[in-house]
Write a protein that binds this ligand. Structure first.
Ligand SMILES: NC(=O)c1ccc[n+]([C@@H]2O[C@H](COP(=O)([O-])OP(=O)(O)OC[C@H]3O[C@@H](n4cnc5c(N)ncnc54)[C@H](O)[C@@H]3O)[C@@H](O)[C@H]2O)c1
Length: 247
């Protein structure tokens, strides 16, 4: 694949799998993350580059994206995977919870997408792939604030798909289900009984396999497809990669 790609959130989980998958497909990748040590190591192992970047800092984002485009001699695609999980009952949500979730999961993609825009405009087949969650599309009890922040990036992506189509830029949003540290964090707050009932719920609700997917085998190949020209007629789509959860 002859593409120059920025992966935002490439230090762990699905983002790290995207760095590996895109590199294996022949793309040039610059990985951005606020987690420096892990980010550098993932990129090094994939033979790619890394730049430190916190997606909530406008200046850092524009500097990192401009630098990454300069490193690669251009930019064809931005994949924004970075996000955080915020959990708790809706009635106990604080202003701080809301601000943190919206800042990282909502404003973060806005900033990286804006920073990438002038570079993506120069190409003819450019793309943006943002990450939301099934929580944006279905109820997510004990995670209303997270769900709202993922609703924000979903709505943002749908609209830029229309506004930026004039520049030949496609924009899609992925709703994954993958076994990562974020999922472990989710499970770690449960007692044994809750974990057992959660596993049973997944078994019943996920027709393909009954559990979370594997970041490398189940999720990242779909992102590599979305970046590629095989997806050239796909834009503004909610792409659920979740084994059939919530069909
Ligand atoms: N794993 C799942 O099942 C699942 C389900 C639904 C949605 N998602 C979404 O998919 C994406 C990836 O999830 P994951 O499970 O791989 O998560 P993860 O926690 O393993 O990785 C997230 C990455 O984002 C980075 N990051 C967080 N805040 C950042 C910031 N302010 N600036 C820069 N980097 C930052 C982290 O350092 C980390 O490398 C997230 O947006 C998540 O909300 C995941």
């Amino acid at each position: 694949m002859d593409k120059k790609v920025i992966v935002v959130g490439g230090a762990s989980g699905v983002g790290a799998a995207c760095v590996r998958s895109l590199a294996a497909a022949g793309a040039s990748v610059v990985s951005l993350d606020r987690s420096e040590e892990a980010g550098r190591e993932v990129a090094r192992q994939a033979g790619q580059r890394f730049r430190l970047c916190d997606v909530t800092d406008r200046d850092q984002v524009f500097t990192a994206v401009d630098g990454a485009a300069a490193d690669m001699g251009g930019l064809d695609a931005l994949v924004h995977v970075a996000g955080i999980l915020v959990q708790g009952p809706a009635e106990e949500a604080t202003d701080q919870d809301w601000a943190r979730a919206m800042d990282i999961n909502g404003r973060g993609p806005m900033l990286t997408n804006q920073a990438a825009l002038p570079h993506l405009k120069k190409g003819e087949r450019s793309s943006i792939t943002n990450f939301a969650s099934s929580a944006a599309l279905t109820a997510y009890p004990n995670g209303a604030v997270y769900a709202a922040s993922k609703g924000a990036v979903t709505a943002w992506t749908r609209t830029i798909a229309v506004e930026w189509a004039q520049f030949g830029i496609r924009a899609n949003v992925v709703h994954p289900s993958a076994a990562t540290s974020m999922v472990e964090q989710h499970l770690s707050k449960m007692n044994d009984e809750e974990k057992a009932s959660y596993s049973e719920m997944m078994r019943q609700k996920v027709p393909l396999g009954g559990k979370f997917g594997d970041p490398d085998r189940d999720i990242a190949p779909v992102i590599t497809f979305l970046v590629g020209d095989g997806a050239r007629f796909m834009t503004g789509q909610n792409v659920a990669v979740n084994g059939g959860y919530y069909i």
